[in-house]
Write a protein that binds this ligand. Structure first.
Ligand code: FMN
Length: 409
């Protein structure tokens, strides 16, 4: 048996999320990278989300014999094989043209699910058709109520298992990386930018060829509005792809702003959706209690949108304990924001989350290697969680509670 294997490419696959991040950074043009990896203002909340987990140490019990910990978890009525699912992300086509269908397929092949964004590059039906399992849908309650009701009917007919209403985009956060790249369409082309894009010619070619740069639902809405007004949907003169993206973005800028959404609107959504309903973007225990006890939501996602909205809002892991304590067994509490290691997942579960969602980590995988990249990132989390639980001597992720944590000195 030979001790050596010869490979033309000496590259080692990424061994952790940070290495996936670096690989994605090399692959993507600055414009897409700024959108995916950026955050609001000075990135205080974005960075605090990641750093917050490290304020906790994991308790290590001796000689427990644990070697195959149970990682199963549940979101609503859906059993998942590890306590990690995929966050909703708008326009994942910017990471890789295969976008949400690829992410959803990767998720289900790993025994978990994707929460599909209203701002996704693919329509709810397209993702449902491309997958075997029922995934979750994230709603931006955009536009008139009859349009929201129509979208909810489509989502229900397509078989989505749960609805998550995102409430933290009253207006779009100040993402300076996006501004630097003049993310707003139509793009301004300068010689240095043209050169930069030429260096990423494959991404540009695929993005323009497959036309998945924008939010499909919003592009549809923009077209519908234009038809209603008997106008035309696009004003762009570049390519059909850019024109569509531009119409979608203009529509979002006009209508996505939901600054006037109130608890009354959430109650209205509760009446129109019979399945499990959650609110995403909760950071306050009073709000969590109101959503569960008064509106009748099944639970909440403790989230600050990955530090992309209100900078200096609390890190999710800081906000979690009070919310989990307040909700108790009356609802399900989930968390997203800054989860980069299996030990982060373990910390969140020990502080009261039933499962966590990851956002940017799977986008890195998608950008680097499409569906397989997402699968690799999910499996990385599974192996890290399992290994840590074995080393802690904890038999199941469901068994985690506050006793398994020690505050760092
Ligand atoms: C590029 C990008 C786009 C996002 N788009 C949406 C969206 O359309 N709807 C939504 O509810 N959250 C959206 N989010 C927020 C994520 O769902 C999630 O809250 C956040 O990414 C979690 O933090 P993490 O990236 O550190 O895991 C987006 C996040 C990113 C990074």
């Amino acid at each position: 048996m030979s001790t050596f294997r010869f490979r033309l490419d000496p590259g080692v696959p990424p061994v952790n999320v940070e290495e996936w991040r670096q690989a994605a950074r090399r692959k993507l043009p600055g414009l897409a990278w700024g959108y995916i990896d950026g955050g609001a203002d000075d990135l205080v909340t974005k960075q605090a989300c990641e750093a917050g987990f490290r304020r906790w140490r994991l308790r290590q019990r001796a000689l427990t014999g644990v070697i195959a910990p149970d990682l199963t978890a549940k979101i609503g009525n859906t059993e998942i094989s590890l306590p990690v699912a995929l966050c909703p992300v708008g326009a994942t086509g910017l990471a890789h043209w295969t976008g949400e269908p690829a992410a959803a397929r990767a998720a289900e092949s790993c025994g978990t699910r994707l929460m599909l964004s209203t701002a996704a590059s693919y329509r709810a039906e397209e993702v449902a058709d491309a997958t075997q399992e029922n995934h979750f849908f994230q709603l931006y309650p955009v536009g008139r109520r009859e349009r929201i009701a129509a979208l909810l009917d489509r989502v229900k007919a397509a078989g989505y298992a749960a609805l998550f209403v995102t409430i933290d985009v009253q207006t779009v956060g100040n993402r300076e990386d996006e501004k630097r790249w003049q993310f707003t369409l139509p793009w301004t082309v300068t010689p240095s930018r043209a050169l930069h894009m030429a260096r990423h010619w494959r991404w540009v070619y695929e993005a323009l060829r497959h036309r998945r740069l924008a939010s499909a639902h919003h592009a549809d809405e923009a077209k519908l509005r234009a038809q209603e007004a008997e106008g035309t949907a696009s004003t762009g003169k570049l390519t059909a792809a850019l024109a569509e993206a531009e119409a979608s973005q203009k529509y979002m800028a006009r209508v996505l702003i939901q600054s006037d959404m109130t608890w009354e609107d959430l109650a209205w959504i509760r009446d129109h959706w019979q399945g499990p309903l959650y609110v995403k973007g909760i950071l306050d225990a009073d709000d969590a209690a109101r959503a569960v006890d008064q509106i009748g939501c099944q639970g909440v996602v403790v989230s600050n949108h990955g530090g992309r909205q209100l900078d200096r809002s609390p890190a999710s892991i800081e906000a979690l304990p009070a919310i989990a304590e307040r909700i108790g067994d009356r609802g399900e509490v989930f968390l997203d924001g800054g989860v980069r290691r299996g030990s982060d997942v373990i910390t969140a579960l020990a502080l009261g989350a039933k499962a966590v969602f990851i956002g940017r980590p799977y986008l890195y995988g998608l950008a680097v290697n499409g569906e397989q990249g997402v699968r690799d990132v999910i499996e990385l989390f599974r192996s890290e969680i399992a290994r840590d639980l074995i080393l802690m001597g904890c038999p199941a992720s469901r068994a985690l509670d506050r006793d398994w944590l020690i505050p760092a000195p």
